[in-house]
Structure formats: structure tokens, C-alpha cells
Design a protein around this ligand. Structure first.
Ligand SMILES: [Cu+2]
Length: 136
């Protein structure tokens, strides 16, 4: 599945540049990350397991050991932005860099999963919204 969203770390590098911090931190802040949906499959009545992969764009490598938080799922892609579903805390998966979240999708159709990710060694928080479809 080639659903992906390009992201930029939440804060621009301009503040770092302005403050004269031109070391590796500035380069890390400029790093782009991408979240891909690997798959979404029914996981019992009204639940969907969504597996995502976090990619560091410059070297196109998966990012293991990220802390996923501030998760949200809603049916905005189906025109129902106020219809939300609880998201369980994600579990790290094999291969490294993939994470599985279980979403309470009470309705079949197109959903959006929004999340934040804290990447080891990265000062900025990564945020992404990716679409997935729920079978039920
Ligand atoms: Cu709905």
C-alpha cells in the first residue's frame, strides 16, 4: 500500500539558525520523516489493527524505538470528522520501525489516523495523519 504522508518536524530550523545553533541539532531538526500505512485489517467486532512504518526520508530507513503518542482516529476522510474511535497504545512490531495500533472503528469506511512520534535523538516531535480503511 503506498499511502504515505510527508512530514516535517513540527518546528522549523529558523529558530535554531537564528540562535546560532548550527551544529548537528540543526540538521536533525531539518530531517524529514514519513509515516506509511503497512496494512489495516479487521481485529474483531468494531476493531481494526493498523500497522504503520516510520521512515527517515534522507536515508529511507525505518525508525525503531520511537514513542508513539497523541493518537487520534476519526472519519474525516468520509466526511465525518466528529466520529472518532479510541486508539490503543501501540506495540512495536517486527521488522523494526513498524508499529501496530488497534483502533475502535465502529463503522466501516475511510478513517484517518493522527499520531505524534518521539524519535530517539531527534529534538522535534514528528506528527502525521494517514488514511486507512476499516472493514467494519
Ligand atoms: Cu462514520
Amino acid at each position: 500500500m503506498m499511502i504515505s504522508t510527508f512530514l516535517r518536524a513540527a518546528l522549523g530550523v529558523s529558530a535554531l539558525l537564528a540562535s546560532g545553533l548550527l551544529g548537528s541539532a540543526a540538521f536533525a531538526a531539518a530531517t524529514d520523516y514519513r509515516v506509511e500505512v503497512v496494512g489495516a485489517r479487521a481485529a474483531g467486532a468494531g476493531k481494526t489493527d493498523v500497522t504503520i512504518r516510520l521512515i527517515r526520508v534522507p536515508d529511507n530507513k525505518p525508525v525503531p524505538d520511537a514513542v508513539i503518542f497523541q493518537t487520534r482516529a476519526d472519519m474525516a476522510p468520509a466526511g465525518m470528522p466528529t466520529m472518532t474511535g479510541n486508539v490503543s497504545p501501540p506495540a512495536a512490531q517486527q521488522p523494526p520501525g513498524t508499529y501496530r495500533l488497534q483502533v475502535e472503528t465502529g463503522m466501516a469506511g475511510n478513517w484517518a489516523l493522527t499520531l505524534s512520534a518521539k524519535v530517539q535523538g531527534e529534538a522535534e516531535t514528528v506528527r502525521a495523519t494517514v488514511p486507512f480503511s476499516a472493514a467494519q
